[in-house]
Design a binder for this molecule. Structure first.
Ligand SMILES: Cc1ncc(C[n+]2csc(CCOP(=O)(O)OP(=O)(O)O)c2C)c(N)n1
Ligand SMILES: CC(=O)[C@@H](O)[C@H](O)COP(=O)(O)O
Ligand SMILES: [Mg+2]
Length: 643
């Protein structure tokens, strides 16, 4: 039996002799490579925090002390050391979550996978422990937040530091500095951390110098004393007193994050300090696994299954929607010098890499700072540019106020491209992009399109960037782009995809949104097989709902809406409202996602479980049509509540 199998919880870890820790670290690394190669996941980030996590659980007493992991994608080692070693179904329904999960363990605190929140959580916990009288003294409860250098570029982190620095509560902020988000971290903060890292090299050099000089007898000792004086002066030049210290935070580091003993020593110093302290730990993303270290793109940040022979990692997302966007936005950028790209530390995942390679001066990586991305885009538009801000749909949540009042209020010609819209799957509840339709519907003047295939993505993107007096948004899902789905007619903005067989009349108007068009066509075939007449339309622009679509709805006995987003503020919700405004009683059957947090799971399975399986939708509509008998107007009724 290896060491790792003997670790059932932090107590077992604490009792391990220090000399066995390197061997444990190697076992953990081997486990991670083996397990994550089979399931996919965040291999690179977790390989970088092995020694750090071991040290954290030896110095602090989780769950009495609270360990908050920012973003949470680097929580696999934490899980291994807190009694969870079955990674066979990592990031699958019913398996281990890829992020902290309170349902899994009392050692887990924050389940939100959105970056830069950990310091605010820590500030809140520390205030609670203080008011409850639990944090005082050497053995008082401690709060430790582990935040990456990427997450530290997020504005929330600095709002929290402003508060943490202002009080003498025992908050330990561990900066896990591996110099990367996906790609190398950008911005002034990254440069500052680099300066502090340089100090590390500088300190090593000085330490070497000191030891050598001391061995040189009296002349050497004199020289050492002189050098020591020089050091202080030089250090202020090389590493001006740290930003953190200027804020009033004690700074410990930089520490070699792969030397468990050194990290433990630094953490014990931090713990005993009793006030707010930064422990700056230098780690290596992908540490110990050559294929990850060789991956210049993102060090196996988030990978799919890995071929054990070659070390080749499948793309996690493999979302070919992204590649269509990447190709079309580059074509647009070649034609229009006013078009610029903006990313929040995800240039490659959102498809702006080709654009950046061709026009490096016109793609801006603002760090993990979606709020800044959106408002700076409003500034760019005011300055005569047309920014294309590409983010995952779920991360737009963070920039709603900026979208509403910096972009919307000023009618700024900004185009937002929301990748991973709808159910994403393995990343769980905080990653599903199911809020954007409702949020965007709140912004007056905003227009949102949901392409159904590659051709409509290209066309709708071009329509969007041609709008310079209002915000425009495109949303598309994770996964594969379907084969081309041609239209047979156009009504208003909507494409008619399939009309009723002449004998079957106008029983159902089936409105299909974006990637769910494929499912809708399956539903339509099932309806026809049951003698129900159906017209399938793709509205293309779904915010606001097109008046022509409302008119079309009124000429059918039933309207059904199939969409990959939350029901509140969705297309079905808006279409029902449009019919009510006309005092029209056409029943609207909404097939949207329930307004709750969806768990981890495969995208298609989660859609089916939400009632969006074609056979279930068809059955519900056949029953609804049967209930209303002959084609006469049903009695006055509100919209049939979405399922
Ligand atoms: C608000 C937000 N934007 C974007 C992301 C996507 N994302 C996940 S991890 C990551 C990089 C994090 O870098 P860092 O904090 O340095 O952690 P590391 O992976 O280097 O350990 C990003 C951008 C996110 N989770 N949250
Ligand atoms: C932690 C995080 O936010 C990302 O790494 C995310 O897991 C990537 O998702 P995709 O795999 O869909 O690109
Ligand atoms: Mg990092």
């Amino acid at each position: 039996m290896g060491l790792l199998e003997t670790i059932k919880g932090p107590q077992d870890l604490k009792s391990l002799p220090a000399e066995e820790l390197p061997a444990l670290a190697e076992e953990v690394r081997a486990f991670l490579v083996d397990a994550v190669s089979r399931t996919g996941g965040h291999l690179g980030p977790n390989l970088g925090v092995v020694e750090l996590t071991i040290a954290l659980h030896r110095v602090f007493d989780s769950p009495r002390d609270r360990l908050v992991l920012d973003t949470g994608h680097q929580s696999y080692v934490h899980k291994l050391l807190t009694g969870r070693q079955d990674f066979s179904r990592l990031r699958e329904a019913g398996g281990l979550a890829g992020y902290p999960s309170r349902a899994e363990s009392e050692h887990d605190v924050v389940e939100n996978s959105h970056a830069s929140t950990s310091l605010s959580w820590a500030d809140g916990l520390a205030k609670a422990f203080e008011l409850r009288g639990e944090s005082q003294g050497e053995h008082g409860r401690r709060v430790v937040a582990v935040i990456g250098d990427g997450a530290l570029t997020g504005g929330m982190a600095w709002e929290a530091l402003n508060n943490i620095a202002d009080a003498q509560r025992p908050v330990i902020v561990v900066v896990n500095d591996n110099e990367r988000s996906y790609a190398p971290t950008t911005g002034g903060m990254a440069s500052h951390l680099a300066t502090l890292r340089t100090t590390r090299e500088y300190e090593k050099l000085l330490d070497w110098g000191k030891q050598s000089l001391k061995r040189g007898g009296t002349p050497g000792r004199l020289a050492h004393a002189t050098l020591h004086g020089v050091k202080k002066g030089l250090k202020d030049i090389v590493a001006p007193q740290g930003l953190f210290e200027d804020l009033g935070l004690k700074y410990v580091g930089p520490v070699d994050g792969h030397d468990t003993e050194a990290v433990e020593h630094a953490l014990r110093r931090a713990r005993s300090f009793g006030g707010p302290v930064i422990v700056h730990v230098i780690t290596q993303k992908g540490r110990g696994y050559q294929p990850a270290l060789a991956d210049d793109a993102d060090r196996f940040h988030a990978v799919g299954v890995i071929d054990p022979e070659t070390g080749e990692a499948q793309a996690t997302s493999g979302s070919s929607w992204t590649s269509v966007f990447a190709d079309e936005v580059l074509a647009i950028a070649d034609e229009r010098p006013d078009v610029v790209g903006v990313t929040a530390a995800m240039r490659a995942p959102v498809g702006l890499e080709p654009f950046a390679r061709a026009h490096p001066e016109r793609v801006f990586d603002v760090g993990i700072a979606e709020q800044h991305a959106v408002t700076s885009a409003a500034g760019m538009a005011a300055g005569g540019l047309h920014p294309v801000v590409a983010v995952y749909a779920t991360f737009l949540n963070r920039a709603f106020d900026q979208l509403l009042l910096d972009v919307g209020l000023h009618r700024a010609g900004v185009t937002l491209v929301l990748d991973r819209a709808g159910v994403t799957g393995p990343d769980g509840p905080s990653h599903h992009g199911v809020w954007d339709l409702g949020l965007c519907r709140l912004v007056p003047g905003l227009r949102l399109a949901a392409p159904r295939d590659a051709a409509t993505l290209r066309a709708e993107l071009r329509e969007a960037v041609d709008v310079d007096d209002a915000p425009t948004v495109l949303r598309f899902s994770k996964g594969k782009v379907p084969a081309a789905i041609p239209a047979i007619a156009r009504t208003g903005h909507a494409d008619v995809l399939e009309g009723p067989a002449w004998a079957q009349g106008d029983d159902v108007l089936l409105v299909a949104v974006g990637a769910l068009v494929t499912r809708a066509l399956d539903v339509a075939a099932r309806l026809r097989a049951h003698g129900v007449g159906v017209t399938v339309v793709d509205p293309r622009w779904v915010v606001p709902v097109d008046e022509a679509l409302v008119d079309l709805a009124r000429s059918h006995r039933h309207v059904a809406v199939l969409e990959d987003g939350g029901e509140v503020g969705g297309v079905g919700w808006a279409l029902a409202a449009g019919l009510r405004e006309r005092d029209d009683a056409t029943p609207v059957h909404g097939f949207a996602l329930p307004q709750r947090f969806l768990d981890v799971g495969a995208r298609d399975a989660l859609l089916d479980e939400a009632g969006l399986a074609p056979q279930d939708v068809a059955r519900a509509l056949v029953e609804a049509v049967a209930r209303t008998g002959q084609p006469e107007r049903p009695g006055p009724s509100a919209a049939v509540p979405p399922r």
